[in-house]
Design a protein around this ligand. Structure first.
Ligand code: HEM
Length: 535
């Protein structure tokens, strides 16, 4: 593989940049032949016809015809930046990952995104935000592919196509906010109550962040860190923005969606250009690596659950600073390929069934999105560690591999490459025995205690915003039965929440809902009703 095309600050480096710059004295074809004229096609006579033999015309138009690649199936709209991560060294006792050793500086590339909108959609919509970080470490690439919400909609990746089908624009009209699209989303989440926790975060102010610079990020799953001596701990990763967590209010988000649909990407690029570099502290919540993989009764392999920070404080392990905008959106922001399987020694995954599906999905989708299996050779995806693999050929291969024996051991190319004694090892965590089946632990059935915890943690104004969001979104649902079923879900979170939303929708409060909590949270008398009541 060639030299890195981008420096740590995002500037194209060395030969690659020079070769690609549009700065030469003369225009050429793709194959380097100088062009005297790129403004007129080759014709027989002044008024044509245009001749088929005009290769320059065909090359120019053919290349243009193929300029677009498929957008990401989810997280299609994003904005990104380069930066650097400096480790405090506080994690060095629990992980042998070299980039977490004291004062080690590692180049990073971060892509923020919405989940459901297409590439051209608006930035300020109510949605989850992606927060994906590529660490170009000395030991290979580590990707932390997280979101700005600490829990996920589903517990098992087998439901991912279903939840996305329900949330994407409706198949007939392709209108994201159409009446019918609201129906599919609320149909899904009211029938799959494991989504209740993520949904209430979406309906809170977290669903409409003020800026990418003011969002938290979460690895969501529990990961396993491995120390030099082989000892392990379980962790959850958190990004804490130095600028604090801030949100828009709904009316601002709506106005910005029309006035400046690029609000978040503009904000990020402008801040970096002005030298106001956004910063986040990376932290971990740490748990003992016990056989049952629970902490204080919370299942650490259930991605719909958090561990409250009161039970496990977030311990800072380093600081990330974003200090350079991409030079070329397509080459960097669009072609970057994150993967939960990009791990370095000292960091391992757990058996969270949601994570297991992600370990398959990213490479699979990128083969189709980026046109074959060689996208790791694209400048933005190249590791900053030496690569010596036995992967060969394939669509868009750009490396010229020497040697004749891409297998090992061999007796032709000197018998190499050797296995690295200090290389990446999956932790031999014992697998619990049991019957084979499409199974889930009983703890996965608790869908309401944590949404209630979240609701109770909110201030009165934040609660008002949640009520307003549920009321507004459900007012766009056409099917009465879906609204009624969602009110039953809300009754199981909190009677006050349910009652206020029901009143806003002009519907009766559901009675006798099994599992509904008898003790309502305090009434919201301090704050007047400020949201538009559905008509
Ligand atoms: C893309 C996060 C669950 C499949 C992304 C991106 C993020 C993300 C941040 C955008 C990456 C970028 O900026 O390029 C998450 C989180 C999840 C989750 C935090 C749960 C905790 C899943 C699951 C699947 C999945 C369960 C499938 C089984 C995908 C796919 C893409 C994607 C196919 C597009 C990738 C590409 O085209 O490069 N995800 N995701 N995700 N995710 Fe997830």
């Amino acid at each position: 593989r060639g030299p890195d095309a981008f420096t740590a600050t995002g500037q194209p480096s060395g030969e690659t940049a020079a070769a690609r710059a549009q700065g030469g004295e003369f225009l050429t074809t793709a194959t380097g032949t100088r062009l005297p004229d790129t403004d007129h096609s080759l014709k027989a006579g002044v008024r044509g016809p245009v001749l088929l033999r005009d290769h320059h015309l065909r090359e120019k138009i053919t290349h243009f015809d193929h300029e677009r690649i498929p957008e990401r199936v989810v997280h299609a709209r994003g904005a990104a930046a380069h930066g650097v991560f400096r480790a405090y060294g506080t994690a060095a006792t629990v992980t042998r990952a070299a980039f977490l050793a004291k004062n080690v500086e590692t180049p990073v590339f971060v892509r923020f995104s919405t989940v459901l909108g297409s590439r051209g959609s608006a930035d300020t919509v109510r949605d989850t935000r992606g927060f994906a970080t590529k660490f170009y470490t000395s030991e290979g690439i580590f990707d932390l592919v997280g979101n700005n919400i600490p829990v996920f909609f589903i517990q098992d990746a087998i439901k991912f196509p279903d939840v996305i089908h329900a949330g994407k624009p409706h198949p007939d009209r392709e209108i994201p906010q159409a009446q019918s699209a609201h129906d599919t989303f609320w149909d899904f989440v009211s029938l799959h109550t494991e989504a209740t926790h993520h949904t209430i975060w979406n309906m809170s102010d977290r669903g409409i962040p003020r800026s990418f610079r003011m969002m938290e990020g979460f690895g969501v799953h529990t990961f396993r860190l491995v120390a030099e001596d082989g000892g392990t701990v379980l962790v959850k990763f958190h990004w804490k923005p130095k600028a604090g967590v801030h949100s828009l209010v709904w009316e601002e988000a709506q106005l910005l969606g029309g006035v400046d649909p690029d609000f978040h990407r503009r904000d990020l690029a402008d801040a970096i250009e002005a030298g106001a570099f956004p910063e986040w502290e990376l932290g971990v919540q740490m748990f003992p690596d016990t056989q049952d993989q629970t902490y204080e009764g919370i299942d650490l392999l259930d991605s719909t659950k958090i561990v409250p920070e009161e039970l496990a404080p977030v311990q800072p392990v380093g600081l990330m600073t974003l200090n350079a905008n991409p030079v070329n959106f397509f080459a960097e922001t669009e072609q970057v390929a994150f993967h939960t399987g990009h791990l370095v020694p000292g960091i391992d995954v757990t058996d969270d069934p949601l994570l297991a599906g992600r370990m398959f999905s990213y490479l699979d989708t990128q083969i189709s999105r980026l046109g074959g299996p060689n996208f790791d050779q694209l400048p933005i995806n190249r590791p900053h560690a030496p690569v010596n693999d036995m992967l060969r050929d394939g669509m868009h291969q750009t490396a010229v591999h020497a040697g004749v024996a891409p297998y090992r051991p061999n007796s032709l190319d000197g018998g190499c490459p050797f296995h690295a004694p200090d290389g990446y090892v999956e932790v031999p965590f014992p697998v619990a025995a049991g019957p084979r089946g499409r199974l889930a632990p009983a703890s996965y059935d608790d869908h309401f205690s944590q949404p209630r915890l979240f609701w109770l943690s909110l201030s009165p104004v934040e609660k008002e915003h949640v009520i307003a969001a549920y009321t507004f979104e459900l007012s766009k649902v056409f099917e009465q039965t879906i609204k009624e079923r969602q009110l039953q879900v809300l009754a199981r979170i909190d009677p006050v929440l349910c009652g206020e939303v029901a009143a806003g929708l002009g519907l009766p409060v559901p009675e006798g809902v099994p599992g509904a909590d008898p003790a309502p949270s305090p009434a919201l008398s301090q704050v007047g009703r400020t949201w538009p009541v559905a008509g």
